[in-house]
Design a protein around this ligand. Structure first.
Ligand code: ADP
Ligand code: MG
Length: 495
């Protein structure tokens, strides 16, 4: 009667209530249904309320337990609180009194949970940028428009999302947007970088561990699956997990249940899993490096993000976004990319994708003259040449003009090509000792001069100030010479 009346009072107050006939059946419910608070009588057949509170502690030490106790047993209730019960109410009690106790317990538990999530996030995730949903995903290319549409389409479902693409294309950004737009956005979004942790750390990070589960486990810790209950969990770089953890992931994806390391109690969770991979997972599966069944479980809602070099229209909006961000962060004078700097960036292959673009923008803003209002092409040149991946374009002296143009005219470079033998960035110092690849006497002085000027211009991607400075002549002199040579068709008209 007592159980029924407590249950209906709480139901009327708007709580979802489940009742259990004794401590044993309560424990079963608790480990799978994960309630926010437990109310228990003190004296029950089988197991007492005090023992039940202790058992609950070992399942979830943040789940508050409220004991209902008769006046004469207050001493026992106090003892129980020392053992970890959260509160007690003395029978007989008013409905309101109980509701207040329940609400207090729930808000206490939610503070603890938020705290754990904040701590978990502080361990690996980066801080949020204040952007929400699709606004996080900058880019105007049709490829990114399609990605945004896919995000919107998959967000409302609870299905597992697999995001693939090269390193630095924005997989984490897209993952976060999926969570933002999902009905789970009020609950936690947690991330685990599967590539960054060794097997046992990763296992305990994902599933948590019991006290004493291994050396150093001096406290029970909840894993990300438990903390992300009702929310979303990003398994970043999932291709890197060991076979043992692959098996565990398969199980949690199939059954939405797992055990903490060192525990035999099964915990049920409701987590939306998002996974990323920069490897070709079907291929890895075919080669036996990744479980095929796990791949199918992950690949329910696939999103593929193309590399930045295949969506060059995104370079400008991304560069603006990053430059503005650094300007705001550092509180410096407004600065923007010059038109020819954007053009140069558009011709680069971006082997490091958006992450590389972001780094270049930050470097450019930080190293610019604080009074400058534009980032020049010349500033970016050495950085974009350094990793320029087409080896053919590298032998600057001997290559024809046409070749150097092909590397600055928006041609897509093949980053899978072998790393160029050329590693030293073209800079004024490396240029100070031009190598003589012609024998004296072969050429006239004016030919030598012309070749040297053309080669230097190529080296600086057509930048006249830099070329003039490196050669120790005036920009005007250089301009006049080039004009004359063009008229005489001795050099390319594009120089
Ligand atoms: N479309 C985008 N809009 C805004 N920022 C982006 C975008 N794509 C990538 N970034 C930024 O570039 C960096 C790399 O992105 P990230 O999502 O970590 O790449 P991945 O996980 O694919 O390696 C991050 O700092 C991220 O904020
Ligand atoms: Mg990543």
């Amino acid at each position: 009667m007592m159980r029924d009346s407590v249950g209906s009072t709480l139901t009327r107050a708007g709580f979802a209530v489940r009742t259990a006939i004794d401590a044993r059946s309560a424990l079963k419910e608790i480990s799978t249904k994960r309630p926010d608070v437990v109310l228990t009588d003190l004296n029950m057949p089988g197991m007492t309320g005090v023992d039940l509170a202790g058992e609950i502690r070992s399942i979830d030490d943040e789940l508050p337990v409220i004991l209902m106790t008769a006046f004469g047993t207050v001493e026992t209730a106090v003892q129980a609180m020392k053992n970890g019960a959260y509160d007690y109410i003395t029978k007989p009690f008013e409905g309101d009194e109980m509701i207040i106790a329940v609400k207090r317990a729930i808000s206490h538990a939610s503070v603890l949970k938020e705290n754990a999530i904040l701590k978990a996030n502080a361990r690996t995730s980066k801080s949020p940028e204040g952007l929400f949903g699709l606004d996080r995903i900058i880019g105007k290319s049709s490829a990114m428009r399609k990605v945004r549409e896919q995000v919107r389409a998959v967000a409302s479902s609870h299905g597992t999302v697999l995001i693939t693409g090269e390193s630095g294309v924005g997989k984490e950004v897209v993952s976060h947007a999926v969570h933002d737009l999902s009905p789970r956005n009020e609950a936690a979004y947690l991330a685990v970088n599967c590539a960054a942790l060794n097997e046992s750390l990763l296992e305990s990070e994902l599933f948590g561990h019991e006290r004493g589960a291994f050396t150093g486990a001096d406290k029970m810790r909840k894993g990300r699956f438990e903390l992300a209950d009702n929310g979303s969990l990003l398994l970043d770089e999932v291709s890197e997990v060991s076979p043992q953890i692959q098996a565990k992931l398969l199980r949690v994806l199939q059954e939405r249940a797992f055990e903490r390391v060192g525990s035999s109690t099964t915990i049920g969770v409701d987590v939306r899993v998002i996974a990323t991979s920069n490897r070709d997972l079907p291929k890895a599966a075919a080669m036996g490096e990744f479980r095929q069944d796990l791949f199918y479980r992950l690949n329910v809602l696939p999103i593929v993000i193309p590399p930045l070099r295949d969506r060059i229209e995104d370079v400008q909006p991304l560069a603006e976004f990053f430059v503005n961000k650094i300007v705001a962060r550092d509180g410096r004078r407004m600065i923007r990319m010059s038109a020819d700097a954007i053009e140069l960036m558009g011709s680069y292959a971006w082997p490091g994708n958006v992450r590389e673009l972001q780094n270049i923008c930050e470097r450019a803003v930080v190293l610019s003259d604080p009074k400058a209002s534009e980032i020049s092409r010349a500033m970016l040149e050495p950085w974009l040449m350094e990793s320029r991946p087409t080896p053919k374009a590298m032998p600057l002296r001997s290559s024809g003009i046409a070749q150097s143009q092909s590397s600055s005219n928006g041609v897509v470079h093949d980053v899978s090509a072998p790393a160029p033998a050329y590693t030293q960035p073209a800079s004024i110092s490396s240029f100070a000792e031009p190598k003589m690849d012609y024998r004296p006497g072969d050429k006239t002085l004016s030919e030598i001069e012309r070749e040297e000027i053309v080669a230097t211009l190529e080296r600086f991607n057509g930048h006249r100030q830099k070329t003039a400075k490196a050669l120790g002549i005036g920009v005007r002199t250089l301009g006049l010479k080039l004009k004359k040579w063009k008229e005489d068709s001795l050099v390319s008209p594009n120089l």
